[in-house]
Design a protein around this ligand. Structure first.
Ligand SMILES: Nc1ncnc2c1ncn2[C@@H]1O[C@H](COP(=O)(O)OP(=O)(O)O)[C@@H](O)[C@H]1O
Ligand SMILES: [Mg+2]
Length: 263
């Protein structure tokens, strides 16, 4: 069901690229404060990239730039070589292709099934969505726990289940890229494990960028690792290698103490 091709009216045809999403010299100021400084990296067409760094490093701000929740950034962000600022499909459509999952699950006061289809256009919601709901809940590793109560209120679910429901809702829009901001920070171990399994499976077909405070999680998720501090990227590498053998002093300090003296 996942597709890496972005297929929307008026958007350029997407061809599979090695570097699907490319960020070049990204900078951001908020209220005259520099928040991001000269950020450059790319996400390959598939696989997980984890983003670590101390509180206030700019990780959430970076994700917000990537899906245009912040649009006043400088530099360039391209998806398949097309600047996201030039997308004729508009920001709302862009956000369908770049799913963003926050730390705290945002659940709508509706049933479990309705929460999955919440982001779909009305016309599509009125069609038979049974298969879509099933597929998305399977991919989000929630189906077995909710299959007999799809019409019950979503608020009755545990926080861990709600977070997986948010993942299912993002998947219903068939995103081409998934961004997750500390998605398992306050979850029970079982939900955390199920989300990690789900992300590793999804990453076979799409790029995923996941912010985490959990270094063990970064190790388990594998793939590329980016260490950010004070609005800058300090070091990037293969996650196991970088965690075991960091090259920069700042990274070593952070891995040792989970704090940093960059600023
Ligand atoms: N809306 C805002 N206005 C001004 N400064 C902000 C705003 N949002 C975040 N910041 C500042 O930007 C910096 C980076 O924040 P954030 O991206 O949330 O970091 P992280 O997710 O790594 O903890 C922090 O110093 C924070 O105080
Ligand atoms: Mg944050």
């Amino acid at each position: 069901m996942m597709q890496t091709n972005i297929d929307v009216k008026n958007t350029p045809k997407i061809h599979v690229q090695k570097d699907f999403l490319v960020v070049e010299q990204l900078s951001l100021q908020l209220e005259n404060n520099p928040i991001l400084n000269n950020i450059s990296f790319s996400l390959p067409i598939t696989g997980i990239t984890t983003l670590i760094g101390p509180s206030g490093a700019g990780k959430s701000s970076l994700l917000r730039c990537l899906n245009m929740l912040y649009s006043t950034w400088g530099g360039e962000i391209t998806i398949d070589k097309t600047s996201i600022k030039q997308w004729q499909a508009g920001e709302d459509n862009l956000r369908k292709f770049i799913g963003l999952i926050a730390q705290k699950p945002a659940i709508f006061p509706a049933s479990i099934a309705e929460n999955v289809t919440f982001g779909l256009p009305r016309k599509q919601r009125k069609q038979d969505t049974t298969t879509l709901i099933h597929d998305c809940l399977i991919q989000a590793a929630l189906w077995d726990e909710v299959k007999d109560r799809l019409n019950q209120p979503a608020v009755s679910l545990s926080i861990g289940q709600q977070q997986r429901l948010c993942l299912a809702r993002a998947l219903a829009l068939q995103p081409s890229i998934l961004l997750l901001d500390e998605p398992t920070a306050s979850l029970d171990p079982r939900s955390k494990q199920l989300i990690e399994i789900s992300l590793r499976r999804l990453a076979k077909n799409m790029p995923i960028l996941c912010v985490t405070h959990d270094l063990e999680q970064a190790k388990r998720l594998q793939g590329q690792l980016i260490f950010m501090c004070d609005g800058k990227i300090i070091e990037t590498g293969e996650s196991q290698e970088l965690l075991q053998n960091p090259q920069k002093l700042e990274t070593r300090e952070f891995l040792r103490w989970e704090v940093c003296d960059c600023d």
